[in-house]
Structure formats: C-alpha cells, structure tokens
Design a protein around this ligand. Structure first.
Ligand code: FAD
Length: 461
C-alpha cells in the first residue's frame, strides 16, 4: 500500500489504516460475519469427488510406471492438463503425466474461478518496463520502451487466442465446467484513475481493446459493485469451475490411449542422459525423450537454479453462505484490494500476493487476518448483510522477475517448461500447452510464444 509515498508518510498512513481496521472495521464486522467451527481448509472447487483420485492405483493397486515414454509431463494443473489434452489430439506416442498429489489439487483447484484474457496490455508493458529499467541499463530509454511494447503485444496476442481456444474446446468437447462469459469488472481507486485512462488509451492504440473503461453505474449494473469511480472492464473474461476444466481435459486425454496418468507420484529429480532424460520418482524411473515441466510455483524445488526466476507467492480465498448483497453471479469482480464472486448460495472472496520460501510452494495456510479484512470490504462494496465463512484456503502462484510467463526450452535440448503465469494461469496455459506440443512434434503453426520473449534464457544471460 501507498507505494508512491515517502517512507515517513507511508508509515503514518499505515498506522492510520491499521488503527481503523483493528479498532473499527473488525469489531463492527463481528455483528454480521461469522465463522463455522471448524472452517474447512478445502477449496469449494475440490469439495466434489475428484474423478482421478489416486489414479490408477485406486482401481489397480499393482499398477506400475512404464519404463519408457516419449514425453513425461510433471504436474497436473492447468498447464499439465493442457499439454496432455493437446498431445491426445496431435501426438501418437506415449505421454505420461506424473502428479505428486491429485489432478487440479494445486492452484488449479484453489483459485477464484476466472478465465482471464491474460493481463491487459498496459499492465504487461508496465511490469516488463519496470524490469528492463533495472536489468537492461545497457539499452537506451527508447529501446527499452520498444522492447516492452513488443513483449506486451506478443503476450496479448497469445492470450486473446488462448481465450477463444478455451471457449471452442469447451463447446466442441462438451466439457461441463460451468463456463459463462460475462466479463471482469476491476474497480479502481482515486489515485489510480490516471493509470486507468492511460491503460485504456494504450488498449485502443494497440488494438488489444478487450480492456475498456466503464462508468460507476455500468460497473454496478454488470457486477453489483458500489464504487465511487469508473472501473476497468475486461469484456472477454469468463467464470468457470476450474477443477472441472482440468478434469475435463484429462478425461479427453486419457480416452485417446496415448496418455497415461499417475497421481500421488512425486518426481524427485530429472537427469539428462544424452538421448533420454531419466525422470526419477518415488515409484521408479521413466526414461523419456522429452520432459515438460508443469510444476509452476514448485519449480524451484525441483530445479534450484530457478530460485530467482520462479517466485512462489501465496494468494488465498474463502467462501461463505451469504445474502451476497448486490453482488451478481457469474461475473469476475475485483475491488482495489480483493476479489469477489457469487456462487450459488454464497460468495467467494480473497486477496494477497506474499512471497513464500520455495519449500512452502503449494502450502494451504491462509491468513485469518486477510479473510477478516476482505470481509470488511463486503459491506462497503456490496452492502452484504451477513456471511458465514465455511471454507478458507490458500495456494501459491508464481511470478518471474518481469512478471512475464516462461514458455519454452529449459535446456538447449528437449526439456520444456511453462510457468511464471503471474496469477493469470487460465490466460496462458491452454494455448501455451498447444504451443509446446506443436514444438515437440515439429508441427508448423502460428508461433504464439516466440523464443525471443518467452524463453527462460532471458534470466540466465
Ligand atoms: C487464491 C487464488 C486465486 C486465483 N485466481 C485465479 C483466477 O481467477 N484465474 C486465473 O487464471 N488464475 C488464478 N489463479 C492462478 C492460477 O490458479 C494459476 O496461475 C494456475 O493454477 C497455475 O498453473 P497450474 O494450474 O498448472 O499450477 P498448479 O495447479 O499449481 O499445478 C502444478 C502441479 O504440479 C504438481 N507438482 C509440483 N511438483 C511436483 C513434483 N515434483 N512431482 C509431481 N508433481 C508435482 C503440483 O502438485 C500441482 O498439482 C489464482 C490462484 C490462487 C492461489
């Protein structure tokens, strides 16, 4: 908070905020916000039975890993599910997915449930520019500006195609994941209004005009949020059941016969043996010609050299039965400090982006303080009358230093990764999964993830 202010002013503002929150907002909210005893730590998306629980061991306790595979995919979230799906459509040799827990048990099943159009152009430009200003002082201002624009354009082009590909796949495969496309309202604060204007102007100028400005009345009409200022609005964003999306992809993939899945199978190490990679797990070793790393925030745990490249950040959410106030269903809603969504008889809300140590990636350890703080916003923004929190969970997302994803080769051979999706996994993973599969199979196609921008080598020069 207050990142643009001088340190003494920041401290004073923080003290004022803390006093108001602790002595006013929290005590007031106790009258209308309660917590179940106990509150469940399971995300609402994972309450339903996982169709691939302990796969295939629940059906076949003697199942063994194959000794060889053309491709091993590590991780079964948005990214692993996407790679498996596209392989089942384009490949014709064995691909094995290894997941240390359950399919969609990581952030894929613990998120807010938005299908995003990726980050909007200005946001990508801004974060890349910030990084270049620090890391590429060898370049002139004009060069850095041009490069940041190139990065933003490449990202947005891939993300727009990703969103259409997702919608088309849901329709064609009949994946039942409660998909509804009604956009995403992102409310802003007074001191960010100029930024909103700039971002919308840049969207218009560059043609990536999914991102528009709407009036406070329009924001209320679309989402039910009460904000005194205009909002940003991503018109093409959608809502869905994120775990059902991944389960749907895996179901199609397994049907093909080329894809095998082993859950509760942790990969311990990967060794380059020349023509093959030895992928060692708790259940044995698979020799694979290609490896796709889809472990997202757990990547540095497996590849310590990524410690400063994939930064795990904790984000959390909660769900409670509630009247919901003015909040509308099936639309993405973000306030300046938290996100919200209405689902059935209740509401989902959450916040946070705190870096955690590599070994704690994937942890489920939400902060009750943050839940209580976001609750205070429910009344302010939506006039919520009551809420009873039943679920509270966290997950980790991963950021790269320039907050720009990595899609490409990790070595100069045949080991790929998709990662660093910066909390916008749905906006990158599906198209990126297709891209990697096309690369492995040497299939010609539009190059949505050019090496120049998306390769991890940009951090290892
Ligand atoms: C609270 C919250 C809200 C969010 N909201 C949204 C949103 O609304 N929209 C959006 O697009 N994104 C959102 N995100 C981010 C989004 O969930 C992530 O960007 C996305 O899930 C990351 O890709 P993934 O699904 O493949 O990662 P994960 O789901 O984390 O998958 C990685 C998998 O790898 C497995 N794994 C790790 N190490 C190993 C190993 N050694 N061996 C075998 N398996 C391994 C893990 O168990 C895990 O299942 C949110 C995240 C959180 C936490």
């Amino acid at each position: 908070m207050y990142s643009d202010k001088l340190l003494p002013v920041r401290l004073l503002l923080f003290l004022r905020w803390a006093t108001h929150t602790m002595w006013r907002l929290f005590p007031d909210s106790q009258a209308w916000a309660q917590f179940e005893k106990p509150v469940s730590g399971t995300s609402i998306w994972l309450k339903e039975k996982n169709p691939f629980e302990n796969h295939p061991f629940s059906q076949d306790p003697d199942a063994r890993l194959p000794e060889d595979a053309e491709v091993v995919v590590i991780g079964a979230g948005f990214i692993g599910g996407a790679v498996a799906y596209h392989w089942s459509k384009l490949g014709n040799s064995p691909l094995v997915v290894l997941e240390k827990e359950e399919v969609a048990g990581g952030s894929a099943g613990r998120n807010e449930g938005l299908v995003v159009m990726g980050r909007y152009y200005y946001m990508v430009y801004e974060t890349v520019m910030r990084y270049l200003n620090k890391a590429r002082t060898d370049l002139t201002d004009t060069c850095r500006d041009q490069l940041a624009h190139e990065f933003a354009a490449a990202y947005a082009k891939a993300a727009y195609a990703n969103a259409e590909l997702i919608e088309q796949t849901i329709r064609e495969e009949g994946i039942e994941c409660e998909y509804q496309r009604r956009g995403w309202v992102q409310a802003t604060e007074r001191d960010r209004l100029d930024r909103l204007e700039d971002s919308v102007r840049m969207a218009e100028r560059t043609g990536f005009n999914d991102w528009v400005k709407i009036t406070r009345e329009e924001a209320f009409e679309i989402s039910g949020i009460n904000t005194p200022y205009p909002s940003g609005y991503s018109r093409g964003a959608a809502t869905w059941h994120p775990a059902k999306w991944v389960w749907g992809l895996v179901k199609v993939a397994l049907r093909s016969g080329d894809v095998q899945l082993f859950t509760r199978t942790r990969v311990l190490s990967i060794e380059d043996q020349g023509e093959r990679y030895a992928v060692r797990t708790e259940r044995g070793t698979i020799n694979a010609r290609y490896v796709v790393n889809a472990t997202e925030s757990a990547t540095p745990f497996l590849f310590p050299s990524f410690h400063d490249v994939i930064l795990p950040m904790q984000t959390q959410a909660a769900f409670g039965r509630s009247d919901g106030g003015t909040m509308k269903p099936a639309v993405g809603i973000s306030g300046p400090k938290a996100f919200f969504g209405r689902h059935g008889e209740g509401i989902l809300f959450g916040s946070d982006a705190t870096r955690v140590p590599d070994r704690e990636a994937g942890r489920n350890q939400p902060s009750r303080f943050i839940t209580k703080y976001v609750i205070t916003q429910l009344r302010e923004l939506f006039g919520v009358e009551h809420v009873r929190v039943a679920n509270e969970w966290s997950g980790t997302v991963s950021y790269t230093p320039d907050e720009y994803p990595i899609v490409g080769l990790m070595d100069d051979k045949r080991m790929y990764m998709i990662g660093g999706l910066a909390g916008s996994g749905s906006g990158v993973s599906f198209n990126a999964g297709r891209h990697v599969v096309q690369k492995i199979l040497a299939i010609e196609g539009h190059d949505y993830y050019p090496e120049k921008y998306f390769s991890p080598s940009r951090f290892f020069c």
